[in-house]
Design a protein around this ligand. Structure first.
Ligand code: DAH
Length: 367
């Protein structure tokens, strides 16, 4: 099946952290409660007190921490988290083995477990509420970067946000001594909703740290060694997920890596951006107490890849509880193709018909 226009739009959406992202950068206002994000376009006090909204759980357990509704939707002038977003916290689609996002996460785990047995530590339950420092400063996002604006990020108060990328956990895990790790989680960005955009989606971050022993024997410098290893690892991952596809590397910019790259694959007659990655900025390693090391990192959007791998035409379907969606996927089955269903609810009809021996039979059929 050819990739639909909707897919192409999603794939051309560049990372919030890419310098190529000129259209977003031109909207770099720091205006709380801007009207541009559809799901959050009302002043927060109206959203908070809207009695017609369906009730949502008021206490969640996230990463072992109990979070109350009032912890996320504070009476704080900087708070721009609406009910609709609070209700997504704790859904953790990436931890459901029968959900396309969970199936994809597990397929990526499988690749790392096979290629690097017992090497990568996996985190998929880290709390999505992080400090501004974790989300931005620790990964060297400049003070005036567009991604910090109230227009783009959900602020709980001036110091804490809903993470807008899984890179928010990089520095903390490096400081805790992890040298090989994968972080999967829900991430939040204020965005208008359509078939390819949703203000909550899922990312996986990967980091690998090398020590001098690793590169010294190779005869190449530390940065080239890490970059080469990174490309080999991610090309293997792309083959694992997509089969034998053509690939290309695009030089790009991220605040946290240098050099930085994007991997694209030629799939279903289009170049598809798979992930962003690069060699970790030395400053990040230095601040984590790793002055003699070099590292690589990558980040990928799970929805973007799942939409292609499972033929899912609308990003909103991932949030569906409709059995006609959820029953189509099974644990460990990456190859399943989504079969569209009516936008109307299932309707049970009572049908009567004659069979050979002329007795009347009644059956219920789902239409
Ligand atoms: N954090 C980036 C984003 O959300 C993705 C990313 C790019 C993560 C490059 C990385 C990286 O670790 O090296 O757009």
């Amino acid at each position: 099946m050819a990739i639909s226009h909707a897919h192409a739009t999603l794939f051309s959406r560049t990372s919030l952290f890419l310098s190529r992202n000129s259209s977003r950068s031109s909207l770099a206002f720091c205006i709380p409660f801007s009207t541009s994000a559809a799901s959050s376009s009302l002043p927060s006090d109206k959203l908070h007190r809207n009695k017609w909204r369906s009730p949502v759980a008021s206490v969640l357990e996230l990463g072992g921490v109990k979070i109350g509704r009032e912890d996320v939707m504070r009476d704080d002038p900087t708070n721009n988290v609406p009910d609709t977003i609070f209700s997504k916290l704790g859904m953790q689609l990436h931890r459901r083995d029968q959900h396309p996002i969970g199936i994809l996460k597990n397929a990526i785990y499988e690749y790392f477990d096979t290629s690097y047995p017992n090497k990568f530590d996996k985190f998929d339950d880290l709390c999505p509420i992080v400090t501004v420092k974790q989300n931005f400063d620790d990964v060297l996002v400049p003070a005036d970067h567009v991604s910090r604006s109230y227009n783009d990020t959900y602020y709980i108060d001036a110091q804490s946000v809903l993470r807008c990328h899984t890179s928010a956990h990089q520095a903390e895990l490096l400081r805790r001594g992890h040298t090989h790790f994968l972080v999967t989680g829900d991430v939040y960005r204020r965005d208008s909703i359509d078939s390819t955009h949703y203000p909550v989606f899922h990312q996986m971050e990967g980091v690998r740290v090398f020590s001098p022993d690793d590169w010294e024997a190779s005869g190449v410098d530390a940065t080239s060694y890490a970059a080469e290893d990174l490309k080999k690892c991610l090309e293997g991952l792309a083959n694992h997920l997509f089969g034998a596809v053509e690939m290309r590397w695009i030089d790009t910019y991220f605040p946290f890596t240098n050099p930085s790259f994007e991997l694209e694959i030629y799939f279903q007659e289009k170049w598809l951006e798979v992930l962003g990655c690069g060699v970790t900025e030395q400053e990040i390693l230095k601040r984590s107490g790793k002055t003699n090391n070099v590292a690589w990192a990558f980040g990928l959007g799970l929805e973007r890849l799942a939409m292609v791998l499972f033929d899912i035409p609308d990003i909103r379907l991932f949030w569906s509880n409709d059995e006609r969606f959820t029953s189509q996927f099974s644990k460990g089955q990456l190859g399943i193709k989504f079969k569209p269903f009516s936008k109307y609810p299932p309707c049970y009809k009572d049908i009567s018909f004659w069979i050979k021996n002329h007795s009347l039979k009644t059956t219920y059929v789902k239409l």
